[in-house]
Design a protein around this ligand. Structure first.
Ligand code: ARG
Length: 249
């Protein structure tokens, strides 16, 4: 009898320990199209994922007591991937739009951006969206840049690419007159490939990025928002922001 009790106790202890160990490090699976510097990109040498979003979601995961696992994925299909259960959240410089919000829940906004028109350095034809009339415009497929280009009347052709770097390359090559992309990404490209492209004009939309969570996962959304608020209050958010977008960046 005593023996049984001891074995039973040991078993209970082992079980609870096992559960505790597991519960201490649950994994947050994060989907992101890691081709979007300065938000998410792979270090050229190490292949390590870096950027504002990556650091933010790592800090959020840490605050939630979770281990963060970044899964690189194509932008097109990133929301279906979340809905299929491939990831727990998406962080991918994703603009909160009404249409997307029908499919997923978004966290509180964590970044403000806008669309800009990028042209080749020597281009003098384009200053604002209506100047894209009759021109070929390059975009990343199903981005808000794509949607903005579709709204411009009389665009000759929208060339839609899987990644933003490909769309920008099209402008550099002269195959497209312009690209429509998020301002911070344009700035990073201009810094890293100086002398190739410039901004045709100021940004012409205002957009807010959110972290996407499956609609059924309300508990996780609450936790993400709580962590985000904590990081904003305790200076961690500002530190990450300063690192990627501070003066001189
Ligand atoms: N902000 C834009 C959108 O939501 C572009 C985001 C693209 N993000 C990326 N990681 N490729 O449509």
């Amino acid at each position: 009898m005593k023996k049984f009790l001891v074995v039973g106790l040991m078993l209970a202890l082992a079980l609870s320990l096992g559960v505790a160990v597991q519960a201490a490090r649950p994994v947050l699976r994060v989907g992101s199209d890691v081709t979007y510097a300065p938000f998410e990109f792979a270090d050229a040498k190490t292949g390590e994922f870096m950027g504002f979003d990556i650091e933010l979601i790592r800090a959020i995961g840490k605050d939630m007591g979770m281990e963060v696992e970044i899964k690189n994925t194509a932008w097109d299909g990133i929301i279906p991937g979340l809905l299929n259960g491939n990831y727990d959240v998406l962080i991918s410089a994703m603009t909160i739009t009404d249409e997307r919000a029908q499919a997923v829940n978004f966290s509180d906004p964590y970044f403000t951006a806008g669309q800009v028109i990028v042209v080749r350095n020597d281009n003098k034809n384009v200053k604002e969206p209506k100047d894209l009339k009759g021109k070929v415009v390059a975009v990343q497929i199903n981005t808000t840049g794509d949607y903005a280009a579709q709204k411009v009347e009389g665009v000759a052709k929208i060339s839609r690419f899987n990644t933003t770097p490909e769309a920008l390359q099209e402008v550099v090559n002269g195959a497209a007159e312009a690209a429509v992309i998020d301002l911070p990404v344009a700035k990073t490209f201009m810094k890293e490939s100086p002398g190739k492209v410039r901004l045709a004009g100021p940004s012409f939309t205002v957009e807010y990025y959110g972290i996407a969570v499956k609609k059924s996962n309300e508990d996780l959304l609450k936790k993400v928002n709580k962590a985000l608020a904590t990081l904003k209050a305790n200076g961690t958010y500002d530190k990450i922001y300063e690192k990627w977008f501070g003066a001189g960046k």
